[in-house]
Write a protein that binds this ligand. Structure first.
Ligand code: SF4
Length: 335
């Protein structure tokens, strides 16, 4: 079978072709996807729901998303949503962020196993202890936490940041000493771009941390002209090989605006998929890794989330308020 039997399924089959994954996106699979997408769209109307999806999600999730973006864009979008229900196709801390900013709305995460190794690398009690210890040495200390943290950790911080605005946030703070949690690689990148004293936490994203300079070197050897776009969660020796160090949405803007036609995308593979679908006229080589947590979210679970209203995010109100303060301060500093 080389053709799907419905026009919508055939349209999907053709639009997924740039992914070069015919084993996954067969005509039969596209028929199932088309039927599930139609049912999700119907339930979205019935529930007055919106779907926010992170750039690392599966391509079929993009088909039902009302908005696709990186952590900062999704946090900003979460402040403007008017729907009763937000289905968050991303990982747990992102759904928490949507709930922090929308306490009266129902926020659903289709699979509660969708966590994050980076968010798990810092616990609120350990952070509070470290903050107290450092304040004795640096009375002006401010704690900046990456949005890839739990709500309880955000509540201990002074301000949040994303990979897109980390340097801007650090520069905007009235302090020379910054405890930066939890990503040691993003902390190193910030340190390279500020004269302030960055004290790093000992955490990393397992997806980005496993990418090596040798992998970049192998591609560059055969494609010396390729533009290398690297996410700042990668190791410093990988960042050193980049043409541009960018957040995922920064990579999308760069690829759209650049006169170059060939790019090596060094981050989670979902971003390469999005670029392949949105810019089929350009070439994207993958030096990417899959995030097992992001890929736990499936179209079937998204449908089940809307059908059964599962799994709602609940937060302790004190924690929520503390985390909201840190998130709102980030949004104010980047407005
Ligand atoms: S890619 Fe890394 S930081 Fe993002 S959700 Fe996966 S483990 Fe967490």
């Amino acid at each position: 079978m080389t053709q799907a039997s419905t026009p919508r399924a055939q349209e999907l089959y053709e639009s997924f072709a740039p992914l070069c994954d015919p084993a996954t996106y067969t005509p039969e699979a596209c028929e199932r996807i088309a039927a599930t997408v139609a049912e999700i769209q119907r339930l979205k109307r019935e529930r007055n729901a919106v779907i926010l999806a992170h750039n690392y999600q599966r391509p079929e999730i993009f088909e039902v998303a009302d908005f696709i973006g990186d952590s900062l864009e999704l946090a900003q979008k979460a402040t403007t949503v008017e729907a009763d229900v937000i289905v968050f196709c991303g990982v747990h801390f992102m759904a928490e962020t949507a709930k922090i900013l929308n306490p009266t709305r129902t926020v659903l995460l289709p699979d509660l196993r969708a966590g994050c190794s980076l968010a798990d690398s810092v616990a609120p009690d350990a952070l509070a202890d470290r903050k107290e210890e450092l304040l004795r040495v640096h009375p002006d200390l401010q704690v900046v936490c990456y949005v890839n943290t739990t709500a309880a950790v955000k509540a201990v911080c002074d301000v949040c940041c994303t990979s897109a605005n980390a340097v801007k946030i650090v520069e905007a703070l009235p302090s020379n000493n910054i405890l930066f949690v939890p990503d040691e690689n993003l902390a190193a990148f910030v340190q390279q771009n500020t004269k302030k004293n960055i004290i790093a936490w000992n955490g990393n994203c397992y997806v980005h941390h496993q990418i090596t300079p040798e992998e970049i070197g192998r591609v560059r050897k055969y494609l010396p002209h390729v533009k290398v776009l690297v996410h700042p969660e990668c190791r410093p020796d990988v960042l050193a090989l980049a043409d541009a160090v960018l957040s995922t949405s920064g990579m999308i803007r760069y690829a759209k605006e650049s006169p170059a036609n060939e790019f090596l995308v060094v981050t989670e593979c979902g971003l390469s998929d999005r670029l392949l679908l949105e810019l089929p006229e350009k070439r994207f080589y993958k030096s990417c890794k899959l995030c097992a947590y992001m890929k736990m979210i499936t179209l079937d679970d998204t449908l089940a989330a809307l059908r059964e209203m599962r799994y709602p995010i609940e937060l302790d109100e004190d924690v929520r308020r503390g985390a909201e303060r840190a998130l709102r301060r980030m949004l104010e500093l980047t407005a």
